[in-house]
Each structure stands twice: as C-alpha cells, then as structure tokens.
Design a protein around this ligand. Structure first.
Ligand SMILES: Cc1cc2nc3c(=O)[nH]c(=O)nc-3n(C[C@H](O)[C@H](O)[C@H](O)COP(=O)(O)O)c2cc1C
Length: 341
C-alpha cells in the first residue's frame, strides 16, 4: 500500500504517509506542556503516525488562541516541547510544530488583540488594534525567535499557520485586510507579511530543514480567497516551502461549507497539479482505504487524519493490514497479518 511507503520531505524520511495534523488540545499551562501532551503525542507515536505536527503554538502570548494553548515565546517553554519531541522520536514518529499567531481570533482576556485592520471576527470577539509597521516587525521577529526555540526543542519540521482565519491568513484575505499601506491591497502586498515571516524563519533553519505552509484554500465568502486566488498566492511563496498543507475556511463567519468525507481533497489536488508542489490533504478522512485512494490518484503526497486519531490513536495499526510494525501491533494485542507486502 502506498500509505505505508516511505516519504522524504527535506532532510526527513517518514516511515509512512499518515500525518497527525495540528490540533489545539487546550491543556497547556502558561504556554507550557503538561503530562497530557506527553501522553497524547506519545500515543500518536505508538499508533504509528509517520509525522506528528504539534498543535498551534503561539509565537507571542497574545498570539495564542486561548490561554491554555502551547507557546514558544519564552525559553522556559522549551523543555516541555523537548520532552514531547523525545517521546515521539523514541517511539518511531517524526515530529514538527505549527507556529502561529491568532491575530483577531485571540480569545484571551488582558491581551492586546491585533489584526491587519480594526475589524472584529464576530461580535463575540474583541475589536482588534490594526498593527503598525514597527509592530509587524516585532511579529516577524517573534516568529523567528519561536523557530529558534523549536529547533532547541528538537523539532524536525516547522509548519507556519497560514490558515483558519489566524493572523497570516487575515493578511492574505481582502475580507480581513483593508490596509492601504505596503501590507494591504494588491496580492503582492497582502502576501508581504507571510513572505517576511517565512524569510525570517528560514534564516535560522538548517539547510533542507522541512518547512510547510498551512493554508485555507477558500474563504467560502464572495470577495474572499477562492482556489484561484490561493493558487496565485502559493505561486508567490512556493520556493520557500517543501509542502503545502491544504485546509479551508475559518476566516469569516459568513462562510458556507458543505462537509463530506474528503471535502478539501480537491483543493489539494489542484494546488499540487497547478503549483507543482507536494501537498498534505486533510478533512473528514477517517479510513486508511480513503488515504490510499488519495495517494494512488495523486491527489496529495501525505494525508492527515485529525479527529479520528483523537478518537482512536491506533486506527493506523488496526486498518494497516499488517503494513505497520507487526511486532508493535502484536504487543498491543492487535490481530495483524504478519506478512508485509
Ligand atoms: C480539537 C481540534 C483542534 C484543532 N486545532 C488546530 C490547530 O491548532 N491548527 C490547525 O491548523 N488546525 C487545527 N484544527 C484542524 C485540524 O488540524 C484538521 O484540519 C481538522 O480537524 C479536519 O481534519 P479531520 O476531519 O481529520 O479532523 C483543529 C481541529 C480540531 C478538531
């Protein structure tokens, strides 16, 4: 099965094509990992996930979405991440982290809420302050500092969170970015912050260190980003990324999405084909047979399983038909077919 073939991204060789996508667990304290994270990500490794991408991790305190999110904005947050990384590697997974800034979707009382323009996400959210150019430089610096800390923690891959209506996405979309300076208006201007963040992060990464961008391929709202626009955005930044992790939505409460198994795969397929860049497909994919279909039909290079892995961290072993470490599966009491292909 292609699902269980190795895959090389940058300087990493993954043992299979299944990814755990970033999922905020709301279990951190003061941005620091807790026992929950060691068990949770350790379990994903025991479950034979090829690549774990740790949940959205704030590059500043106000860049977190909620106050129980992980952070990498202080040095004392490094050891917790280090322990997550050690456990995941020890039990056979490769592991990266998603670095993000929530922008206007930060829900933390007492933080300064920032965005490209003074437009609240909804009436349940704070009214953001429009970032000045010096403040934007601080945010770029915060991404770079967090990347340095991620390297110190031992992470093997970094994903920049450019999706789901968080800060980088807020700059990309004309719906949330109504600036008239060098960071708003034309596509080149809306992409500027992402380009600056990417350059700052890349500057501290070793050669061929895997860097991924997560995007929302559609805002699902008239006047926002659609697939055509996202393709053009990716064309402007693709040289800097090893892969694009293709999600959608999250920017505007007016979005209308029809959900069905694999509803975002078509975006991955198109971006992969048109932009000629490897992709990760994600979204309501719950079975290994579906993962295999996506890979065999060249619709993505890797496939992420989110909520199904929360419900059942051992779904890969159970549905892997003996293609995953048989000894491991046997020890865990699964009835596997010992004959590998
Ligand atoms: C509890 C939860 C937390 C999430 N947190 C993040 C996150 O931190 N960063 C992100 O990019 N996406 C996040 N997502 C979206 C997932 O990465 C994934 O794209 C989504 O769940 C769809 O995949 P699925 O249908 O396989 O669950 C989260 C989803 C869930 C269910």
């Amino acid at each position: 099965m292609k699902t269980f073939d190795e895959y090389t991204v940058g300087n990493l060789v993954l043992k299979n094509r299944v990814v755990m996508p970033p999922m905020c667990m709301n279990m951190a304290h003061d941005g620091m990992a807790t026992d929950f994270h060691y068990i949770h990500y350790g379990n994903a490794a025991l479950g034979e996930v090829g690549l774990i991408i740790v949940e959205a991790t704030g590059v500043t305190s106000g860049g977190r979405i909620k106050d129980r999110d992980l952070g990498l904005y202080r040095d004392d947050q490094i050891p917790g991440h280090q322990k997550i990384v050690e456990l995941a590697k020890k039990y056979g997974s490769h592991i990266g982290v998603q670095l993000g800034h929530a922008g206007r979707k930060c829900l933390i009382e007492g933080e300064t809420i920032v965005a490209p323009s003074p437009l609240a996400f909804s009436e349940d959210y704070f009214l953001p302050h429009a970032l000045t150019e010096p403040e934007l430089k601080d945010i770029v610096q915060a991404f770079q500092d967090a990347a340095v800390r991620a390297l110190k923690a031992g992470y093997e891959l970094i994903e920049l969170h450019g999706a789901h209506g968080y800060l980088l996405h807020q700059f990309l979309s004309p719906l949330s970015n109504q600036r008239t300076d060098a960071y708003g208006g034309s596509r080149e201007n809306r992409v500027r912050l992402l380009k600056e963040v990417t350059a700052a992060v890349k500057a501290v990464l070793p050669e061929n260190f895997p860097l991924i961008l997560r995007v929302s391929a559609s805002d699902y709202v008239e006047g926002g980003i659609d697939l055509t626009e996202m393709v053009e955005i990716i064309q402007l930044v693709k040289e800097d990324f090893h892969m694009i992790h293709v999600s959608s939505g999250g920017l505007d409460v007016r979005q209308e999405i029809t959900l069905y198994p694999g509803y975002q795969v078509r975006f991955s397929e198109e971006i992969r084909k048109i932009c000629q860049i490897p992709t990760i497909a994600v979204g309501l994919i719950t079975e290994i047979a579906h993962v295999e279909e996506i890979l065999q039909n060249d619709r993505a290079d890797l496939v992420a399983l989110g909520r199904v892995l929360l419900r059942d961290p051992f779904v890969i072993i159970k549905e892997g038909h003996g293609h995953v470490s048989p000894l491991f599966a046997y020890k865990r009491g699964f009835n596997v077919n010992w004959a590998r292909k």
